[in-house]
Design a binder for this molecule. Structure first.
Ligand SMILES: NC(=O)c1ccc[n+]([C@@H]2O[C@H](COP(=O)([O-])OP(=O)(O)OC[C@H]3O[C@@H](n4cnc5c(N)ncnc54)[C@H](OP(=O)(O)O)[C@@H]3O)[C@@H](O)[C@H]2O)c1
Length: 463
């Protein structure tokens, strides 16, 4: 109910799928709380879909019109907010642009759109002095956008490290806990509805990179080109790596990281990436299980802040969309980027692979013969990489004949833990190692996430 003074806030919702249905349920079930918080009614006037004949998870709200004509939302003078929950880039981008040009606030859950067309959409929203809400676009129900934009606005942020893709985290958790291989764990994720029929964006790390890109803009107000983020996904993670990681007291996680170098993203730079990494079991991030997401933000005043929650799903994602709608209903002035002035600000200096340092885990499948370790160590030394630990496992028995140009038999796995080395040096060393006659497969290479002390994981007794 309106309080008699404030007119209702009128929504046009584009999309009645997973998130659209969740939002409609929240608006219906939490109606009294929402009105109490905003002092006005939030009402849905129209819901846009592609197929009017499709069965829906819930009925459209009382008095709302189901339509397949975007103009019913965009050209309706009563509609204050265009809520974009259809996904994809072309149509969604066109509708969001039209909505802003028509003077409507926009709320979206679409990270792909903002990663691809964010610059023009943020600029248009700023020019029109309208809200562009996107809390739901990163980590579903976790309020990470608000945390960076508002709660930690007084801090200079040093780093963001997180698990931003629930599908890949679910797959890695299944591989860890149940000993499944990648294909079986992916199938399980699809059966449980955690993975799309086409899961490629999730497992190749690009979905996580899109979210990281948005978080970097929010944290530092600088443009770090999406295409510059080095991304590797989880398809190369094997049960053997999960097992060996455990021997080092670690879990394998798809980690997103962004770190400020120096005091300023323009002069110092930002180091960022998405990759599988060994995470010490003592760290909270290692304990993020199943389809959950988590983000750890390090501020120079607040210290370490850790957020954990559901990264997807109808109600968690709908909750974030609803929070953005409530800001508009409360007449909070727009602060879409968290920074004053034009957006994006100057480009960040991109910290490249030569300046990006981490310890690394390497796994090589090698012929078990004298001199192998000596030659491997020599290649690493040539690239100024220092070894912290080496273990040999005689569990890579190979009965098939070796490929042309390669020595056999292949009976050993060499597991190497390096001290900090640049990504560039490790990449070059791995390329050189792959070319050695006794190294059969492309070596596996993961970063190792360390804490502030930089202490390396140690082999457990009895491993
Ligand atoms: N699902 C999640 O957990 C989640 C989490 C975070 C963010 N998101 C983001 O939220 C957005 C929506 O995701 P979702 O999972 O809710 O998608 P979804 O279940 O596939 O629903 C999409 C909805 O949009 C409608 N639609 C699609 N194309 C349209 C078009 N050209 N014109 C009119 N309507 C159209 C569809 O209509 P029909 O029903 O008639 O086909 C459907 O109702 C995406 O950007 C996604 O990345 C989703």
């Amino acid at each position: 109910m309106a309080d008699g003074h404030n007119p209702p806030l009128t929504l046009g919702i584009a999309g009645f799928g997973t998130v659209g249905s969740g939002l409609l349920r929240i608006l219906r079930e939490n109606r009294a709380e929402i009105t109490a918080r905003t002092g006005r009614e939030v009402r849905v006037k129209s819901v846009l879909v592609r197929d009017l004949s499709k069965a829906r998870a819930c009925p459209p709200p009382d008095g709302a019109r189901l339509t397949d004509n975007p103009d019913d939302l965009l050209k309706d003078p009563e509609t204050d907010v265009f809520v974009e929950l259809i996904g994809g880039i072309e149509t969604a981008g066109e509708l969001v642009g039209k909505a802003l040009r028509a003077g409507k606030h926009v709320v979206t859950a679409n990270k792909a759109l903002l990663a691809e067309r964010g610059n023009e959409i943020f600029a248009l929203a700023a020019e029109k002095k309208l809200h562009l809400g996107y809390e739901a676009s990163v980590c579903g129900g976790i309020p990470i956008i608000r945390t960076l934009r508002e709660a930690l606005a007084g801090d200079r942020l040093d780093s963001i490290v997180g698990i931003l893709n629930g599908t890949s985290n679910f797959i890695l958790s299944e591989m860890s806990d149940k000993g499944m291989d990648f294909a079986a764990a992916l199938k399980e994720a699809q059966t449980r509805g955690y993975a799309e029929a086409d899961p490629v964006l999730d497992i190749d790390g690009r979905d996580a990179a899109q979210k990281l890109y948005l978080l970097i803009r929010l944290a530092w107000g600088a443009e770090y080109p999406y295409a510059a983020i080095p991304v590797s996904g989880i398809t190369g993670v094997s049960p053997a790596d999960i097992r060996y990681a455990r021997e080092f007291g670690c879990r394998v996680k798809l980690i997103c990281y962004a770190r400020l170098h120096g005091d300023d993203p323009r002069s110092g730079g930002i180091e960022a990436g998405v990759c599988p990494a060994l995470v010490n079991e003592r760290f909270l991030l290692a304990r993020v299980e199943g389809a959950y997401n988590a983000v750890r933000v390090e501020g120079n005043a607040a210290g370490s802040v850790f957020l954990h929650g559901k990264g997807a799903g109808d109600l968690p994602t709908g909750s974030s969309v609803a929070a953005d709608i409530l800001d508009i209903a409360k007449n909070v002035p727009p602060c879409n980027t968290g920074f004053a002035g034009p957006h994006p600000t100057a480009p960040a200096r991109v910290i490249g692979p030569r300046e990006s340092f981490s310890p690394h885990y390497l796994r090589l499948n090698v012929a078990d013969r004298p001199g192998v370790l000596r030659d491997v160590a020599a290649v690493l030394a040539d690239h100024a990489i220092s070894l912290a630990q080496v273990i040999q496992k005689d569990d890579a028995a190979e009965t098939a004949p070796p490929p042309a140009g390669k020595a056999g038999p292949y009976t050993a796995s060499l597991i190497l833990m390096t001290h900090k080395a640049s990504d560039d040096a490790v990449h070059k060393a791995v390329t050189a190692l792959a070319a050695l006659p006794f190294v059969r497969e492309s070596p596996v290479r993961f970063r190792v996430l360390t804490g502030k002390s930089g202490e390396l994981p140690r082999l457990r007794a009895g491993s």
